[in-house]
Design a protein around this ligand. Sequence first.
Ligand code: ZN
Length: 208
Amino acid sequence: MQSTGWTPPLATYIPEEDQQEADLDWMQVALDQAEEALAAKEVPVGCVFVKDGKAIAKARNRTNEWRNATLHAELVSLDKILKTHDLPLQDVTLYVTVEPCVMCASALRQVGIGKVFYGAGNERFGGCGSVLDVNDTPRIKSSLSYQALGGYYRTEAIMLLRRFYLIQNSNAPKPKNKTTRVLKTDILPIKSRTASPSSTLRGSQTPV
Ligand SMILES: [Zn+2]
């Protein structure tokens, strides 16, 4: 494998003023799923798949419930969709509260998803630009690339995750650090690729 000339990818974020109402409405549906995950003590990530203006599947993380590390919200939904829809899913759009991880980003590419909107970036495992660009790298020749646009209710998605980890830490028998019990409300700025749909992207400025 070639080791030179590689630069880390960057996720693509759309500034709030360029986000469409309809996309935010669908992201709210995904957030509701994430809320449900939080209530069930799962990592709060939720999603909804939309085709022709209708939800064809929605889900939340179920990794703890089934003790199966692959049961991310996206894959739980795809399981249902693959039983009733033919591939590729070019006319299907995914709304998910957190950037798909490398595993899910790859699965989404393999089923030929049309487009992905997400809330918060996934700095540890993100497969749509934050860590790897599985969604649109030209190195994958076997399946179509897809656009993944972030920043939709980003703050809400991040705060859900923080609430989850705060509860986890509070339940730990001996918290290492008392400050982990405080819910942080500051949202760090993002670095973004230059993105469509408009040229008014504000670079690394935070959209919140
Ligand atoms: Zn995943």
